[in-house]
Ligand binder design. Structure first.
Ligand code: ADP
Length: 261
């Protein structure tokens, strides 16, 4: 924007004022604010009907199951899965508006790190036939931090690993116990990410473009949200990847958050 700023000079050629700059920046900021505001209201409004849809679909699914009507139970189970996807998408949009508005809240508690990892793996494994292999989850370490938000980061990495790898391949998850932090890595043997694009995957709305990628659904928000969460927890998140070979996404967080955020 500064490039477009023009100096207003007096008779002696002295700059008395710049014009252009301020209005452009303000205008851009106002548009950003309106966008965030709209996203916030829209996702909030979408959440209520979707929550009630989910409740009805669950009741119907168990009714059909109980009466032995397996065909309809299967339809309802598919419907439930789609409603879950919708709920996650809305949740991501809500999180982004919270992050952009500086309103992402944390709720810290003490919890067993590897227990949490096991729980997330179990949940995600239920949704996929690909094998998630656990390695080195045998250390016991208590962490003081926001358990739910850390689960969210790990869920994102695992669901991406499943999404961006071929059907027959497996996923490996391993943890490391360091003096002041704990680390977890999710490795896949999928499509991978090329060099220059690797640095951008944590950006808001960024999705790698190309033949291989366009068939995968998504908003390009999961990694952005994950990196913001990890940043706020004073941790680090990174990726090593080779195109067509696979990716390893890792994050580490301090074992103790110093202040309530
Ligand atoms: P989404 O998956 O909804 O597009 P994300 O923010 O989770 O959004 O990821 C951003 C982009 O990074 C994805 O669109 C994809 O191109 C790339 N990506 C993420 N995880 C992987 C992975 N495990 N393997 C290959 N590419 C990935």
């Amino acid at each position: 924007f500064l490039v477009r700023a023009l100096p207003l000079k007096d008779a002696e050629g002295k700059i008395v004022k710049w014009y252009g700059t301020n209005t452009d920046v303000q205008h851009q900021k106002e548009l950003e604010r309106q966008k965030d505001n709209f996203l916030g209201i829209a996702s909030h409004e979408l959440k209520t009907p979707v929550t009630s849809l989910k409740a009805y679909a669950q009741v119907l699914e168990s009714m059909f199951k109980r009466s032995g009507d397996l065909k309809n139970a299967d339809f309802l189970s598919r419907m439930n899965k789609q409603v879950d996807r919708l709920t996650n998408l809305i949740g991501d949009l809500l999180d982004v508006t919270k992050i952009n508005g500086g309103r992402l809240q944390f709720n810290h508690s003490t919890f067993g790190f590897n227990e949490m990892v096991e729980e997330v793996v179990e949940d995600v494994q239920r949704t996929s036939s690909k094998q998630i292999i656990k390695k080195n989850l045998n250390f016991k370490r208590e962490v003081f931090g926001d358990r739910e938000r850390i689960c969210q980061v790990l869920t994102n990495l695992l669901t991406n690993a499943l999404k961006y790898s071929p059907d027959a391949s497996e996923i490996v998850i391993y943890t490391e116990d360091h003096e002041n932090n704990v680390q977890v890595c999710v490795q896949d043997y999928g499509i991978g990410i090329s060099g220059e694009k690797k640095d951008r995957v944590f950006e808001q709305f960024y999705r790698v473009s190309g033949n291989k990628q366009h068939t995968f659904p998504g908003l390009g928000l999961g990694l952005y949200i994950s990196s913001e969460i990890v940043k706020r927890l004073n941790g680090k998140i990174w990726v090593n990847s080779v195109e067509d070979k696979g990716s390893t996404f890792c994050f580490s967080i301090p074992i103790r958050q110093e202040t309530a955020l």
